[in-house]
Ligand binder design. Structure first.
Ligand code: HEC
Length: 98
């Protein structure tokens, strides 16, 4: 049943890539006024941590990001992010880890 496993892994990787791609669009639209969300961006608020440095945190902390994003953080407007949007944003932040 090797093909089934290979198929599952391929689908999984592809959907993680899709999530990260739409997370990037969301981040550029909603988060980049305060956060450095990608390497091409040069200006952001000094108070907000760059997404690239958030990505370097330990895995269990990254897992908690989804819960963190369910509520607006101080100084951040209430976006009312949907669960899908949160999944995409967290996938994007994870993808920045080098
Ligand atoms: C109006 C400015 C502003 C916007 C817009 C904003 N943030 Fe933030 N964010 C901050 C500031 C300031 C901090 C650091 C202080 C804090 O943790 O509250 C922060 C912290 C964070 C953290 C780190 C929390 C931690 O554990 O240290 C994450 C993750 C985060 N923001 C994600 C996002 C995402 C995703 C978006 C877009 C949907 C976003 N932020 C939009 C200002 C903003």
């Amino acid at each position: 049943m090797c093909w089934a496993i290979a198929f599952a892994v391929t689908v999984d990787t592809a959907s993680a890539l899709n999530e990260a791609a739409s997370g990037k669009v969301l981040a550029e639209k909603w988060c980049s006024s305060c956060h450095l969300v990608s390497q091409d961006q040069t200006h952001a608020s000094a108070k907000a941590p760059p997404f690239g440095s958030i990505a370097k945190r330990p895995d269990e902390e990254l897992n908690r990001l989804s819960f963190f994003l369910l509520d607006p953080h101080p100084l951040m407007p209430n976006f009312n992010l949907t669960r899908n949007e949160i999944t995409d944003l967290v996938a994007y932040i994870r993808s920045l880890k080098q």
